[in-house]
Design a protein around this ligand. Structure first.
Ligand code: SF4
Length: 347
């Protein structure tokens, strides 16, 4: 059986041709799945009953359930999703006045073990399939009864460690016969893997790219993000320069501001120096004040940091984490649940 959500339009066309059917039938199926939000082949009434019965023997609709849902006082919704094999992943829906952003996972767990991340702390289980990535979006749009506007790969996992599935999922959701979501509505958020950044630049996909930077001191960054030991800041910078030379696209940098760790004026000046020559936008995100390991800097220090960046003509914005009252930080729900679903569990 083939998972229908892992199928590209061309693959589906090939299947129809094998059945002696016109390939355009695949376009009809894409329209049912991605626009009409059908949950089974039996709903696809413009396909003959005989064809639907034959397809049922080849195509499976994957099962993904909402195991837990939390709604924050700021409207952010967090979902723990149970996969068919009993693993859990997380996704977060951020609602803004004029648009929604859906933050999705690319892996079950993550091997990169960043010090501030609950997903990293619980280790890596496996990559998601293209269908499991697409399935998060399909499930959420069904649930909300409307399309989501932007998709960010900022949930569980490092998307550049599961590139084939991530890009196939994006291409499926981008397909004009189906969901038709523009490439600029997707953001890849990476811990900074130089080879993956170069491959993305070469792929021709006009996605947005965001880098979790957090420090421009190799010692500090390696403590926060062990991947920095393998790919220190100068190596990352070369890849970013390559990306920008190839694509011309602006880069977004995430910078979690932590008291006494990376929040001094000198840190801000060094950050500006590191980003010299790159077209960039910096999101400064003071850590959640209830974070047990890291403390949030005072408002005065936060403002001084921002002003220093602005004085160096860096485009920057102060952002506060959303959904802090519902443990919206990636990996926390799954960690509480013990990492895996079990048979017969109540949703
Ligand atoms: S922050 Fe991202 S890259 Fe780091 S461990 Fe968590 S999921 Fe992985």
């Amino acid at each position: 059986m083939v998972d229908i959500l892992s199928c590209s339009l061309d693959e589906l066309r090939g299947l129809f041709e094998k059945f002696g059917e016109k390939p355009f039938r695949a376009n009809q199926v894409f329209d049912w799945v991605y626009n009409k939000r059908a949950q089974s082949l039996s709903e696809m009434t413009n396909l003959s009953k005989g064809l639907r019965e034959r397809l049922e023997k080849s195509l499976a609709f994957p099962v993904m359930d909402i195991a837990q849902r939390q709604v924050s006082s700021d409207g952010t919704e967090k979902f723990l999703l149970a996969l068919e094999d009993g693993n859990y992943i997380e996704s977060v829906l951020l609602k803004h006045p004029d648009h929604t952003t859906f933050c999705i996972s690319s892996q079950v767990g993550c091997p990169l073990n960043c010090s501030f991340c609950a997903t990293g702390a619980s280790g890596f289980t496996r990559d998601l399939t293209p269908g499991e990535i697409v399935g998060q979006v399909v499930l959420m749009e069904r649930e909300q009864g409307r399309p989501v506007d932007n998709i960010v790969f900022m949930g569980m996992g490092e998307p550049l460690l599961n590139e084939d599935s991530v890009y196939k999922a994006i291409d499926i959701l981008h397909e004009p016969a189906g969901r038709n979501l523009g490439m600029r509505h997707f953001t890849i958020s990476t811990a900074g893997l130089p080879d993956g950044i170069r491959r993305l630049a070469d792929s021709g996909r006009e996605l947005k790219l965001s880098i979790s930077l957090h420090s421009v001191d190799d010692t500090v960054r390696s403590d926060m993000m062990p991947v920095n030991r393998k790919y220190p800041l100068p190596v990352l910078k070369e890849a970013l320069e390559y990306y920008q030379a190839r694509t011309g696209n602006r880069l977004t940098f995430e910078y979690a501001l932590v008291e006494g760790l990376n929040d001094s004026v000198d840190d801000a000046l060094r950050l500006a120096e590191y980003l010299k020559g790159l077209k960039s936008f910096v999101n400064v995100i003071p850590v959640n004040p209830v974070n047990a390991i890291h403390k949030r800097p005072t408002d005065a220090k936060i403002q001084r940091f921002i002003e220093t960046l602005k004085s160096k003509r860096l485009e920057t914005a102060l952002r506060y984490e959303r959904g802090t009252d519902i443990a919206a930080a990636c990996g926390q729900l799954r960690q509480r649940k013990g990492g895996r679903a079990w048979k017969g569990e109540e949703a």
